[in-house]
Design a binder for this molecule. Structure first.
Ligand code: FMN
Length: 331
């Protein structure tokens, strides 16, 4: 099976996995409007997938425009990774990523998964090797630089022994959670360690623009980067020089809401409200609009509000590339 990581065009700028955010609707939107080099799903529990597939399968739906698309899994039991990876491969994913970076107490303390694996180097290796045994698609890891202090050298060396296709490194420790700054010098150390291997090193943390992504790639010699939070409300970030207008943002909100209600009918509409708030950052009268958006409970509510705002701002209707009543998006 070809390893897509080796064939990605430069610069490699991917969408980072974000639980509760990178669902099928948002990923579709990012793929269509931003064209990142690679896309990850939200993390999905291997135990959960084996126990309650019917419930979790909605987290693993994707459209071909998202390719290459990676299913991210978390857990602590190698045999469950083996089985869950087989399911993800069967669903048609291009790669499997193993989460060794989540700092959440429910994942770390209760399950010994996510960042907890940094303290369990042998178990971490076993999980990667078992997952590789299960599938012929590329297996990668996403991790942090340590638990309470950076231990990049020994931790990344440990991971490299299992020859993953890629290691994405968020330049923070578990203890830092999301505070402080991502330490890109530590990510740079990993690049040196992986120099004569086939493992791609993907840097991650605090990138705020396309330009910054390119600067980080150049300065730290990483094979690529992932962007997470800066893509919220700005799926265009993966492309150079796209300055979204208010109308583009209104259109995309509607498009995402339409996809969300179609693809994820079991998820509550209010999941979308945080996206609306991100999209309308910087809008004229953003505060008042945000307040109204926070009250929307359906696609119809949103359509009404968007129309009202377009009229108020005197934005001509017939938005580019999206017909709210149409069937342009077939999945
Ligand atoms: C709300 C939220 C959810 C996240 N969920 C995941 C996840 O499911 N899997 C994962 O590996 N990282 C997860 N992350 C971490 C991001 O992938 C990324 O490493 C981090 O946000 C730093 O990158 P950024 O500064 O570009 O946002 C999450 C981050 C946020 C803010």
């Amino acid at each position: 099976m070809p390893n897509f990581w080796q064939k990605l065009k430069q610069p490699i700028i991917g969408l980072a996995p974000m639980d509760g955010i990178t669902d099928a609707a948002f990923r579709y939107i990012v793929a269509k409007h931003g064209h990142p080099s690679v896309i990850y799903t939200e993390f999905v529990s291997v135990n959960g997938l084996l126990r309650a597939y019917e419930k979790l399968k909605q987290d693993l739906i994707f459209n071909k425009i998202e390719r290459p698309i990676i299913a991210q899994l978390f857990g602590a039991k190698p045999e469950n990774f083996y089985k869950a990876a087989k399911i993800a491969a069967k669903l048609g994913f291009d790669g499997i990523d193993i989460n060794m970076g989540c700092p959440d107490k429910s994942v770390v303390n209760k399950q010994g998964a996510g960042s907890a694996l940094i303290n369990q180097p042998e178990l971490a290796q076993e999980i990667i090797l078992k997952t590789k045994q299960a599938v012929s698609i590329p297996v990668s890891v996403k991790t942090r630089i340590g638990i309470d202090k950076p231990i990049t050298q020994e931790w990344i060396k440990n991971l490299l022994k299992t020859k993953p296709s890629a290691i994405a490194i968020h330049g923070r420790t578990l203890k830092q959670m999301y505070t402080g700054k991502a330490d890109w010098r530590e990510i740079g150390k990993a690049v040196k360690l992986a120099k004569n291997t086939n493992t791609k090193i993907i840097g991650n943390g605090d990138i705020k623009s396309y330009q910054q992504a390119k600067e980080k790639i150049k300065k730290y010699k990483v094979d690529g980067v992932l962007i997470g939070r800066a893509a919220l409300g700005n799926p265009w970030i993966f492309q150079n020089k796209i300055q979204p207008t208010v109308q583009m943002k209104l259109d995309i909100m509607l498009e995402q809401a339409k996809l969300f209600t179609k693809l994820l009918p079991n998820k509550p509409f209010y999941n979308l409200r945080k996206h609306f708030a991100w999209y309308c950052k910087g809008f004229p009268q953003a505060k008042a609009l945000r307040e109204q958006l926070m009250k929307t409970n359906s696609l119809q509510d949103l359509q009404g509000l968007s129309l009202k705002l377009s009229n108020k701002l005197k934005i001509p209707q017939v938005p580019s590339g999206f017909n709210p009543e149409g069937t342009e998006v077939t999945l």
